[in-house]
Ligand binder design. Structure first.
Ligand SMILES: *Cc1c(COP(=O)(O)O)cnc(C)c1O
Length: 360
């Protein structure tokens, strides 16, 4: 069977060129006689792979020198706990912006470690927009302000960076990191699981400003203490070596594509193809506010939900898979991360037009 177009929200499609390179290097990396999977994490070969992955990520994102890059495990969901454990310090409360399913989970977890002030929420409109900063009720004494840059399930994305003054800004960027340039210096901490837009599952990346290190609560597991991991180049214990290697290949692929400025152009072109269909159709609808429509995850519904199964069947017949919407919202969702070529989106758009002609 040939490769098909995989619209999965995560674990998601990886660039074919990266998979092919990994295949070619699988059993004997660069002539050293063993696989990356079999290398000691303290050996010269792996240490080189690890350092290069970090350097390439720093270059791609323009990460300033006073930020540490940590390769961790546990997924973004673990960071929902690890972040409060590390950042409350001697403060008693943190501000959270509630824009959907992932924000809700982050809030629920943070409440185990301190008070949470929900400074803004879009629950009033079923999480279909990002609340304007002018409506946020921020606490000047908060330990940090947390928001979700792209709600993977709801398809709601922030296209502006909140201003939080002296209070560190913390962001879950799991599903839109590396999709376009951002100014890292505006953030205290950024975290993301790898399996959406970076690499295989098992790797979680944290980018943290140095002055935020060293505040972990006493009960924090040592492997989850940002300071410990920073002081040990993410090798206090065995890091997820193969996932880091794969992420490193993806970073090189992104650099060869022209970096994040180019990726943004491609990602906008891809998303526009889909939103144009949604805008011009009375058969397909998007629930999301125009200014917050995600470039990465595009949920849409059919006018007649009883046709959902037939739509998915027709998609599968054309080699378009994983389009079923999240169980909490229903309908469809097309996740079109960096690795989704524009041809995949074009094929989906053709299917939608044909399906509407037939059933509209
Ligand atoms: C997928 C996702 C998570 C959860 O990631 P895990 O790796 O499963 O823990 C959290 N936040 C966002 C925005 C996500 O897309």
């Amino acid at each position: 069977m040939d490769r098909i177009f995989n619209f999965s929200a995560g674990p998601a499609a990886l660039p074919l060129a990266v998979l092919e390179q990994a295949r070619d290097e699988l059993v004997n990396w660069h002539g050293c006689g063993i696989s990356v999977m079999e290398m000691s994490h303290r050996g010269k070969e792996y240490m080189g792979i690890h350092a290069e992955a970090e350097a390439d990520l720093r270059e791609l994102m323009g990460i300033p020198a006073n930020y540490k890059v940590l390769f961790m495990q546990g997924g973004a969901a673990a960071e929902f706990a690890i972040v409060p454990m590390n950042l409350y310090g001697d403060k008693t409360s943190a501000d959270y912006i509630n824009t959907g399913e992932w924000s809700k989970k982050a809030i629920k977890e943070a409440k185990k470690y301190g008070n949470v002030n929900v400074a803004a929420s879009s629950e009033d409109k079923n999480f279909t927009y990002a609340p304007a900063q002018s409506t946020w009720k921020l606490d000047p004494n908060a330990a940090y302000v947390h928001y979700t840059a792209n709600e993977t399930i709801g398809g709601v994305e922030f296209f502006w960076t909140p201003e939080t003054g002296n209070v560190p800004l913390v962001c879950d960027m799991s599903s839109n990191v590396l999709s376009r340039p951002i100014d890292v210096s505006k953030f205290g901490l950024i975290y993301f699981g790898a399996q959406k837009n970076v690499g295989p599952a098992g790797l979680t990346i944290v980018i943290v400003r140095e002055d935020l290190l060293g505040k972990a609560q006493k009960c924090t597991p040592t492997v989850f203490d940002f300071k410990t991991q920073a002081e040990n180049d993410s090798m206090y214990n065995t890091p997820p070596t193969y996932a880091i290697y794969m992420a490193g290949l993806v970073f090189k692929w992104l650099k060869a594509k022209g970096g994040l400025v180019e990726m943004e152009k491609i990602n906008r072109a891809k998303a526009n193809l889909l939103y144009d269909v949604l805008d011009s159709s009375s058969f397909f609808q998007s629930p999301v506010a125009r200014e917050n429509r995600s470039l990465m995850n595009i949920p849409f519904t059919l006018k007649d939900a009883s046709l959902d199964e037939e739509f998915l069947k027709a998609a599968k017949a054309r080699g378009l898979v994983q389009l079923k919407g999240h169980r909490s919202v229903g309908g469809m969702r097309a996740s079109i991360y960096n690795a989704m070529p524009i041809e995949g989106v074009q094929a989906l758009v053709e299917l939608m037009k044909d399906f509407e002609k037939q059933h509209g």
